[in-house]
Design a binder for this molecule. Structure first.
Ligand code: KE4
Length: 432
């Protein structure tokens, strides 16, 4: 009776109930709608580009579960692959053939990756990558950029983006000052600042970790030559360059941003798409560095469910469905919706800047170009909140924070996109 009852509650009832046993009523802060206000809706089911809420509403989804659903929700091929794996059991705690298959699938798609290790989230991937960089170089300092978010790793929750930024507390409680002291902060897209940082600390810096296209403070694109500058300066000082491609990997190109920009990082972190909707993270790079990992090397890293067959089956199915046509279609869809909204905002005299790359785009209520975290901060987040709720009324679910990025999937077909554009244009007008 209890369970049946839960399934028939509406979102408000579920949220009140959830808050009694789950902190904030959510299992991840950004889902709580704190930054846009109101109470979150609960999702009952999802298919293609549509989320069906516990209130029986269908929403066109531009969050795509924060990236994984590049083929849309409930993709039949991914579902079939998981069902097939399920028949054989769920987790063996021993190596299995699917792990070899997905490792080879990653290595064959990302030039900079010679060896890769699976884990269970993007956070584990970045946490492991920085531990490996410290073990490999024997150095302690890590450089991250203000506004970038790499998961809830203690030493990276310093001036982080995403939920940390949304909550207005970029630095998390519970992180000892001694941990944060090993993290050096820098402004993204500022050539001099990173050069100066390295001239001061270069020989202590194990690595730079960077979202090559920062997507946890809205979406920011690199200035011409900036990523090459990071590559050069790390090489000059014997530090590693870690690309956090948890969001962009296998989404913005088969080989992610490193393929788009022609930059070879030393290590990369992956997640989201590579799990096909199940919990997966991964990190990889040159064999010479990856071989420092236990059991061969001195850097310990582990995970009970790392490489579990269900998640590997989902991830493999998602990777196998990716081809150049998918990326071309997603690029065209991203450009189409961005262009449509830019021209409508212009027509309505609304100060709206949209940064877009492939199937990712971010909306800033800001009359000027947004190329740095400082520019992001000048955007009107209050207006974003009004727009978010107006879009919801029109049946479109945008990320519930101005510090996130919108995602498209291959399920956002022509008709869905046109309906979404119509709704968002109406929402621009009603939220003026
Ligand atoms: P997870 O541990 O949440 O799987 O991945 C952490 C992570 C690492 N690196 C980047 C670039 C990321 O964007 C993320 C997670 N992204 C957020 C969305 N901004 C996940 C959503 C959430 O926190 O609920």
């Amino acid at each position: 009776r209890e369970k049946r009852h839960l399934l028939h509650m509406n979102s408000d009832e579920l949220f009140q109930r959830a808050r009694q046993t789950i902190p904030g009523g959510v299992n991840s802060p950004v889902r709580a709608f704190r930054s846009v206000g109101g109470t979150p809706f609960f999702t009952e089911s999802a298919r293609g580009a549509i989320l069906t809420t516990a209130d029986g509403k269908d929403l066109i989804d531009f969050v795509c579960t924060w990236g994984p659903a590049i083929h849309g929700h409930n993709d039949p091929d991914i579902r079939a692959a998981v069902a097939e794996a399920l028949d054989k059991g769920t987790s063996f705690g021993t190596p299995g053939p699917l792990e070899v298959e997905i490792a080879e699938a990653v290595v064959s798609r990302v030039d900079s990756v010679e060896k890769v290790r699976m884990c269970n989230s993007g956070t584990e991937a970045t946490m492991s990558a920085i531990r490996l960089a410290r073990g490999y170089t024997g150095r302690d300092k890590i450089v991250k950029f203000i506004g970038c978010y790499h998961g809830h790793v203690d030493s990276l929750l310093v001036q982080a983006g995403s939920g940390a930024l949304t909550l207005g507390k970029p630095d998390s409680a519970g992180v000892p000052a001694s941990f944060a002291a090993e993290t050096l902060l820098c402004a993204y897209n500022n050539f001099e600042a990173i050069t100066e940082l390295f001239s001061k600390y270069g020989d202590q810096i194990a690595a730079i970790i960077v979202e090559p296209y920062p997507a946890n403070c809205g979406l920011i694109l690199p200035l011409e030559g900036y990523l090459a500058h990071l590559r050069k300066i790390t090489q000059e000082h014997g530090s590693l360059l870690i690309f956090d491609e948890v969001m962009t990997g296998f989404r913005l190109a088969m080989g992610g941003v490193q393929e788009r920009e022609g930059i070879t990082p030393d290590l990369s972190a992956f997640g989201k798409v590579i799990g096909g909707g199940l919990p997966v993270g991964a990190f990889g790079g040159r064999a010479e560095i990856m071989d420092y990992l236990a059991p061969d090397g001195p850097v310990y890293q582990a995970g009970t469910l790392s490489g579990n067959p269900l998640a590997m089956a989902a991830g493999l199915a998602a990777l196998k469905k990716l081809d150049s046509g998918v990326f071309q279609n997603l690029e065209a869809a991203g450009a189409k919706i961005s262009e449509a909204l830019r021209s409508e905002a212009k027509r309505q005299g609304i100060p709206l800047t949209i940064n877009q790359a492939g199937s990712m785009f971010a909306l800033f209520f800001n009359p000027d170009p947004v190329r740095s975290f400082d520019d992001v901060q000048k955007s009107d987040t209050e207006r974003f909140s009004r727009f978010f709720h107006a879009a919801m009324k029109e049946g479109v679910y945008l990320p519930p924070s101005a510090y996130e990025t919108c995602f498209l999937s291959t399920a956002h077909d022509e008709d869905t996109l046109d309906r979404a554009i119509e709704s968002l244009v109406a929402a621009l007008r009603t939220s003026a």
